[in-house]
Write a protein that binds this ligand. Structure first.
Ligand code: NCD
Length: 306
């Protein structure tokens, strides 16, 4: 049985197959509309979410399956003290596949070891968010036509932003990838990622504090929200939350074909005036998120259209 816990759980070849399947789903949705008939997806969300949970649910419904689950720890037996390991054993009797979001790093991995059904990590604390990464890769591949030879600016909360950590891990496997890491000094990419992922793979990168100076170099600008819920100190959050605000003036410095991505939710970091710029890809990204989750469910359940 396969799970998706880390973005590296799929090889580059498997990932390409998954993105090809997602693209076929995008163009021929009716072909897949009944393939999960009789199958159930459980969404076990111990942390707030709009997109990830609803896009998983939409994905399963689009495939003809059904969904069950909970959307907060308070409304589940976690409030009574049940462990994630016990919960997944129970859910294995009710559903065929589960997506888990949890504030503790490693919780979905623990669940996978005890699970009778495939487990998908839908975000674990400040650690990883592999299905957002699949979404990001599909967006880049669909709109840029490639996943290699790209200069990618990652901007905002690179310390706590799990989407950034997963995206870096996934992209270093392609050739010609360069990163520009744009953050305040308090929110830089953790050392373990610099050493074990960037340095280990000889990836070219630089760390900068200013967005304007590097705008003209970028093929992709990946904006992120400062992760309020991971701060121990509210004053520190307030001081850092508006470190970067992407405006139309800043967009004038960028290439004509640069793409702006954001995992969403947006707070202040992208001004709404940028939404109408043809380079703003963050709402398209949401739609791609449904197709890749459909492809992921089919892949983990080993279902194919005959
Ligand atoms: C992200 C997350 O939960 O890490 N959201 C999402 O799943 N699209 C990003 C964020 O919350 O800032």
């Amino acid at each position: 049985m396969r799970h998706l816990i880390s973005p590296l759980d799929f090889s580059v070849e498997e990932l390409n197959n998954l993105l090809d399947l997602a693209s076929d789903i995008e163009h021929n949705p009716e072909k897949y509309s009944q393939i999960c008939k009789g199958k159930k997806l459980a969404t076990l969300f111990y942390e707030p979410s709009t997109r990830t949970r609803l896009s998983f649910e939409a994905a399963m419904l689009n495939l003809g399956g059904s969904v069950l689950g909970f959307s907060s720890a308070d409304s589940s037996s976690a409030a009574k003290g049940e462990s994630v390991a016990d919960t997944i054993r129970i859910v294995s009797c009710y559903a065929d596949i589960a997506a888990i979001r949890h504030p503790k790093e490693g919780a979905p991995l623990v669940a996978a070891t005890k699970s009778g059904i495939p487990v998908i990590n839908a975000g674990d604390g400040g650690h990883q968010h592999p299905t957002q990464t699949l979404t990001d890769l599909m967006t880049i591949r669909s709109l840029k036509g490639r996943l290699d030879n790209l200069t990618i600016g990652l901007c905002g909360d690179l310390k706590f932003g799990r989407t950034v950590h997963s995206l870096i891990k996934a992209l270093v496997r392609y050739t010609g990838i360069k990163f520009v890491l744009i953050s305040p000094k308090e929110l830089t990419v953790p050392d373990y990622i610099k050493q074990d992922v960037l340095d280990e793979n000889n990836i070219e990168y630089k760390e900068v504090r200013q967005l304007d100076d590097v705008m003209p170099e970028l093929d992709i600008l990946y904006m992120t929200r400062v992760q309020k819920e991971r701060f121990f100190n509210e004053e520190e959050y307030i001081r850092l939350k508006d470190s970067y605000i992407l405006t139309q003036d800043k967009m004038k410095l960028a290439r004509e074909d640069m793409l702006v991505l954001h995992p969403l939710p947006r707070v202040n970091e992208i001004s709404v005036e940028v939404d109408d710029d043809p380079r703003a890809a963050y709402f398209k990204q949401v739609q791609y998120g449904v197709y890749v989750r459909m492809a992921l469910i089919l892949t983990l359940l080993e279902l194919e259209v005959k």
